[in-house]
Design a protein around this ligand. Structure first.
Ligand code: KE4
Length: 432
């Protein structure tokens, strides 16, 4: 069954003249999987429709925000009611306090928070705060972890001899790169080594505690606690980038699931309910260093925007409804069991990792435990699988190095259809 994508193709062509690659974020251009990306016209619940009226069961969910499903009536109403009163003032509004308190209900470690407009703004502000708080310049990040597109994070591992990174994008200066050290996820000894080589120079360790940007990877026993102990010993801040894992791997994110409390946490996606919101927060003693209560400058015209906060606030309220997470977990379990059943039936030793409502099928016969093993996955086979799933009306993240996002609106029938499509696609990819 081949999809009719003529209108999407037309829009993709027209867009090339107006936006780089025809898109406003690279992953949407389908470079990793080939073909024309469907151009989406509308969504409802677990479904989205493209410009050719093809319907898909959506597992991208805008890369995480749409945990309650598309166009949830209560979220739409909250946006409409707020918009009717005005959209932005550049002045404080009461809902900003309400969502700050709501975030603290989910993340007790976030005693004080600053709202921004994206995950990138949150992470770049968090490292500025950590550098100011410690009066140190260097940060440690982990290969394969993505923290948005701020210069300090677009860093690849330097050659063996170098411990500091090199720019992974043109336009990032070597000066910036020199202040970012690269470690390997799940390699605590390597982090200790970096601290030993850069004594008293490291302001912070920033990590996706459960990475979702190299596919979904589990923290080894003791790894996150080890980072907590090490950063405390070394006087560095521990920053959990929970932009993706927040509200997803558990209501209180990876820090709730793993019982490790960071100094700072960054959030995004779900807290905007599909509108632009990011946030960084943590202990008051750190956050009070942020202007205007302290000297660390950070600002934003649309930070705390009334519409975005209304959408986020309503979404968080829906998450707190009785049975929300039990219901979501039940659907995710059904999906995982169905996918694992297919691998068994087809005798395919592929890997599945799941945490809460994030799940990842790795085209790898060996467990994927870090960036090195993630890089060994068969991305060609994934691309073929991806297209076969798309043709069957299953809209997956367009990269092996992402995770699927399940929403509360994915029904038993949606899960069954997905499992059926997965079986057909895998049978075709592996000629079973
Ligand atoms: P944004 O600036 O895109 O709002 O957030 C950056 C970010 C920060 N931290 C983590 C852990 C993230 O996953 C992200 C953004 N996630 C990607 C998906 N892997 C967004 C999709 C895209 O870039 O279009």
């Amino acid at each position: 069954m081949s999809l009719t994508l003529s209108n999407s193709r037309e829009w993709m062509e027209r867009a090339q003249d107006w936006m780089p690659g025809g898109v406003n974020s690279p992953v949407r251009a389908y470079k990793a999987v080939g073909g024309t990306p469907p151009w989406i016209k509308r969504g409802k619940g677990a479904y989205i429709w493209d410009e050719d009226e093809n319907q898909y069961i959506d597992y991208v969910g805008s890369w995480g925000p749409m945990i309650v499903g598309h166009a949830h009536p209560e979220v739409v109403e909250a946006i409409q009611q707020t918009a009717a009163l005005g959209t932005s003032y550049g002045a404080p509004t009461s809902n900003e306090v309400r969502i700050a308190q709501k975030i603290n209900e989910f993340f007790p470690s976030i005693e004080m928070v600053r709202l921004v407009n994206s995950g990138t703004e949150a992470t770049m502000s968090a490292i500025r705060l950590a550098r100011a708080a410690t009066k140190r310049d260097k940060i440690i990040k982990f290969s394969g972890c993505y923290h948005g597109h701020a210069d300090s994070f677009l860093i690849a591992a330097g050659s063996g001899a170098m411990t500091f990174g090199v720019p992974s994008s043109p336009g990032v200066t070597s000066g910036t790169a020199a202040d970012t050290l690269l470690a390997e996820y799940n390699d605590l000894e390597g982090v200790k080594e970096l601290f030993a080589q850069n004594a008293s120079q490291i302001a912070a360790v920033i990590i996706e505690p459960i990475p979702g940007n190299m596919g979904l990877i589990a923290p080894a026993d003791g790894f996150l606690q080890g980072l907590r102990t090490l950063t405390e010993q070394e006087g560095a801040l521990l920053i959990f980038d929970e932009v993706m894992t927040g509200f997803r791997v558990a209501p209180g994110g990876a820090q709730e699931l793993c019982g490790v409390e960071p100094d700072l946490t960054t959030l995004g996606k779900v807290i905007g309910g599909g509108l632009p919101v990011g946030a960084y927060g943590g202990k008051r003693k750190w956050m009070e260093l942020i202007a205007p209560s302290g000297p660390v400058y950070q600002a934003g015209t649309l930070s705390g925007n009334p519409l975005a906060v209304a959408a986020g606030m309503k979404t968080l309220e829906l998450l707190q409804r009785d049975g929300f997470y039990e219901g979501l977990e039940a659907q995710c379990q059904k999906l995982e069991e169905g996918l694992r059943g297919n691998l068994k039936e087809l005798d395919l030793p592929l890997q599945i990792n799941r945490f809460g409502s994030m799940i990842c099928l790795f085209f790898s016969e060996q467990p994927v435990v870090d960036f090195a093993t993630a890089k060994q996955t068969d991305t060609k086979a994934f691309a073929t699988y991806f297209q076969l799933m798309l043709e069957q009306g299953i809209f997956l993240p367009a990269s092996q190095f992402e995770a699927l996002f399940v929403s509360a609106s994915h029904s038993d029938e949606d899960i069954a259809r997905t499992v059926e499509a997965n079986k057909k696609a895998l049978a075709q990819v592996f000629q079973k």
